[in-house]
Design a binder for this molecule. Structure first.
Ligand code: BJW
Length: 232
């Protein structure tokens, strides 16, 4: 069995990392147009660095939860049976990896990586970023930014994602509001392909009506229950 799992901020919520669109979410306190667009970075890179430096430190202090661990178990046990988990996350945190997941597709990039706008190099970067820092590869200052995908930018690996969707036996969306495209469109694509779909969330998402099945509750309870059922 090949499972395509799309995760969003809700899977990391119980690890203490905030979601974006809840009442007290990140976008209620911070302006996404200023902090999560290439134009915002060009206008005020220091403010963008401050926002992501804080979130990088929060991520380092957080720990994976039962939902992350359950997805690791799903990957391991599916592979043992000749199956596969394609774990596609919109999250820029590394909690799936720290829970032991071996193959994680970060379609919106990773906060623990930096991208140099001068030479295009992408590298691991776990320290704070700052405007005056020079790229270790090309030596030029002012071009380093978090290697994350902002509004108006093309998410990473869309071809591989489409290929994985086309061969999946089940599409599951976990802890995502279904409000950001192209990820929010995956359920419709899965439906067009005739693949069964399931939503796992605290509450119905913006695209809830497109799923064949749903499971509502905190991810630390619903994801282990789903994994037990799939492996059952
Ligand atoms: C729990 C829980 C618990 C809570 N247990 N659940 C139509 C088609 C294509 C594009 C567009 C389109 N219409 C508009 C666009 C443009 C735009 C877009 O979608 N805008 C919308 C606002 C309308 N999209 C883009 O610009 C994207 N690029 C693009 O489209 O390029 C063109 C292209 C695409 C493909 C091929 C060719 C060309 C880029 C989008 C980049 C998004 N970037 C961000 C920031 C990343 C860095 C960072 O983290 O700072 O990504 S925005 C933010 O939203 C972040 C997230 O990954 C993303 C999704 O959020 P998510 O994960 O769903 O979080 P929330 O907070 O929204 O929801 C949390 C959910 O969890 C809720 O449902 C809760 O109920 C639940 N929950 N606690 C279980 N305990």
């Amino acid at each position: 069995m090949k499972v395509f799992a799309l995760t969003g901020a809700g899977v990391s919520a119980e690890s203490g990392l905030g979601t974006f669109r809840s009442v007290d979410g990140l976008w209620s306190r911070f302006d996404p147009m200023r902090l999560a667009t290439p134009e915002g970075f060009a206008a005020d890179p220091a403010a963008v660095h401050e926002f992501y430096n804080l979130r990088r430190r929060n991520m380092a202090a957080a720990a994976p939860n039962a939902a992350h661990f359950a997805l690791t178990e799903l990957e391991t046990r599916l592979e043992a049976r000749g199956g596969e988990l394609f774990l596609c996350t919109q999250n820029i945190d590394d909690l799936h990896e720290r829970a032991g997941s071996r193959r994680v597709w970060h379609m919106h990039g990773e906060i623990a990586r930096a991208l140099c706008l001068h030479c295009g190099t992408r590298r691991d970067w776990r320290e704070d970023l700052a405007v005056g820092l020079a790229c270790p590869r090309c030596g030029r200052a002012g071009g380093l930014r978090p290697d994350v995908v902002w509004f108006g930018e093309v998410p990473y690996g869309m071809e591989e994602i489409e290929a994985a969707l086309e061969t999946a036996d089940l599409f599951v969306a976990i802890g995502t509001s279904g409000s950001v495209y192209p990820a929010a469109g995956f359920v419709a694509r899965a439906g067009d392909l005739g693949i069964p779909t399931m939503e796992v969330n605290l509450e119905p998402s913006d695209v809830a009506g497109l799923f064949g099945e749903s499971l509502y509750g905190p991810a630390t309870e619903t994801v282990p229950a789903l994994v037990a059922r799939l492996l059952g």
